[in-house]
Write a protein that binds this ligand. Structure first.
Ligand code: NAG
Ligand code: NAG
Ligand code: NAG
Length: 410
């Protein structure tokens, strides 16, 4: 008996080895990978509302089993979306900012009427309205009858700059002007929401925190996807060898190309040669961004942009989606505790998903993706708000918020 067992193990046929391997992998997958996302927000009306109205919150997230690594999720999601989602033809509006600078606002409202609410989308670091994750959100909004405006930063989306100024991660003045403009051109009864992805999330988050009162008057709801909550930690994380560093290098090259295309070097003297040799985002920021915006050091700039410690200033209901394995965002930088105490900010953390990845199922679909599903479920409830419940929750939250923070102007 023992002999035959020994013989079996000693001469294990190859396909049995494969079988055991697969069983082990799927056991691991089912037990350790497939999980309900963590959802944090202070006990109260917003938390109850979101749990009730966003069905995706209470189901398990099934990351694509052959694409679990965070970098693989990040890269493959981008490739899949770019292959499957066709370009979108927007109505472009060139909007002139107060200092004479210009930004391109790309409108998409083919499935809308005069009552449709509107979402302003802020893409990531060097992103524009044709980026694959942006289109994924735009399609989803269009299918739900929501108007979308993609806010391309200065120098992006094919618009060259008119004044010697680009954009950065905490520059929310431009967004403030755009939000005000959108409010002025839309009928007063149309609600406005905003979504920022990655660096767009930093810009939006900083706007919500620094211009709390103003943001509250214009915006009904906000959402942030894959934001680097703590920029110091994000930059450290993206410099880790080998794969993270490689992603960082690609991004740095994109930043250089964006800078070239913006035409800034025709407006002011820049040492483009040394900027071109930068290999990391930190080097690029040291040699360009902080000089351009007058920060004494790169640490000062990252402090200024960091969102992790600003949650308590935010007074617009804000839903955030982050992955625990985001290569741009170590888990310990996600402000779980602050959100757990925040009446206005709720955070969903999936165990896997990478940076703007969140691919799910055996054969991830480009049309119905986790990021667009959460996005649409949240905004259709918050912005159409037929019973006015979300609006009432928002007003109640403000009342209790200002009782608690009597130092902040109501
Ligand atoms: C938006 O939705 C309308 C109506 O369903 C459809 O005709 C149109 O093609 C959609 N636009 C895009 C870009 O998908
Ligand atoms: C959130 O706060 C509650 C108390 O209000 C506490 O019981 C819970 O453990 C906290 N959760 C997290 C994730 O910090
Ligand atoms: C590539 C490059 O020019 N890097 C420089 C960026 O700035 C720092 C600090 O000023 C220099 O030490 C790097 O050599």
């Amino acid at each position: 008996m023992l002999d035959s067992l020994y013989n079996y193990w000693a001469n294990l046929p190859g396909y049995h080895v494969l079988g055991f391997g697969l069983i082990a992998y799927f056991t691991y997958y089912l037990i350790l990978v497939v999980k309900r996302p963590t959802f944090v927000c202070a006990e109260g009306p917003l938390k109850n509302y979101l749990l009730r109205e966003i069905p995706t919150l209470s189901v398990k997230f099934w990351p694509t089993f052959w694409c679990l690594d965070s970098r693989a999720q990040t890269v493959f999601a981008s490739v899949l979306r770019s292959k499957v989602i066709p370009p979108i033809s927007y109505k472009r509006e060139i909007y002139t900012l107060k200092d004479g600078g210009e930004v391109a606002l790309d409108w998409m409202d083919t499935n809308c009427n005069s009552n449709s609410p509107c979402i302003i989308i802020l893409p990531g670091l060097t992103g524009n309205s044709q980026d694959e994750y942006v289109k994924c959100l735009v399609y989803a909004a269009n299918n739900s009858g929501i108007r979308v405006i993609v806010f391309n930063n200065r120098g992006l989306g094919g618009v060259t700059i008119k004044t010697p100024r680009l954009y950065n991660a905490c520059n929310c003045e431009d967004l403030a002007e755009v939000v005000q403009h959108v409010r002025n051109v839309l009928p007063a009864h149309c609600k406005i929401g905003a979504t920022g992805v990655s660096m767009g999330g930093l810009v939006l988050g900083n706007y919500l925190a620094r211009r709390s009162q103003e943001a509250r008057t214009y915006l009904s709801a906000a959402k942030i996807i894959s934001v680097p909550w703590n920029v110091h930690k994000a930059i450290d994380s993206i410099e880790q060898p080998i794969l993270n560093n490689l992603l960082g290098r690609i991004l740095t090259q994109n930043m250089y190309r964006t800078l070239m295309r913006s035409g800034l070097h025709e407006h002011q003297e820049l040492d483009m040669k040394s900027i071109k040799t930068c290999k990391t985002i930190r080097e690029f920021d040291t040699n360009f961004t902080i000089k351009h915006f007058g920060y004494p050091s790169v640490e000062d700039y990252y402090n200024d942009a960091t969102l992790q410690d600003k949650l308590h200033h935010i007074s617009v209901p804000l839903l955030c989606l982050s992955a625990a394995d985001d290569p741009f965002q170590p888990l310990d930088a996600i402000p779980i505790k602050a959100a757990n105490e925040s009446s206005h900010v709720a955070i969903i953390v999936t165990a896997r998903g990478g940076h703007i990845g969140f691919l799910e199922g055996c054969f991830p679909s480009a049309k119905d993706q986790y990021i667009s599903r959460v996005f649409v479920e949240y905004f259709t409830k918050a912005l159409f708000d037929e019973e006015g419940e979300f609006q009432r929750i928002k007003e109640d939250l403000h009342r209790t918020y200002f009782e608690k923070h009597s130092d902040i102007k109501a």
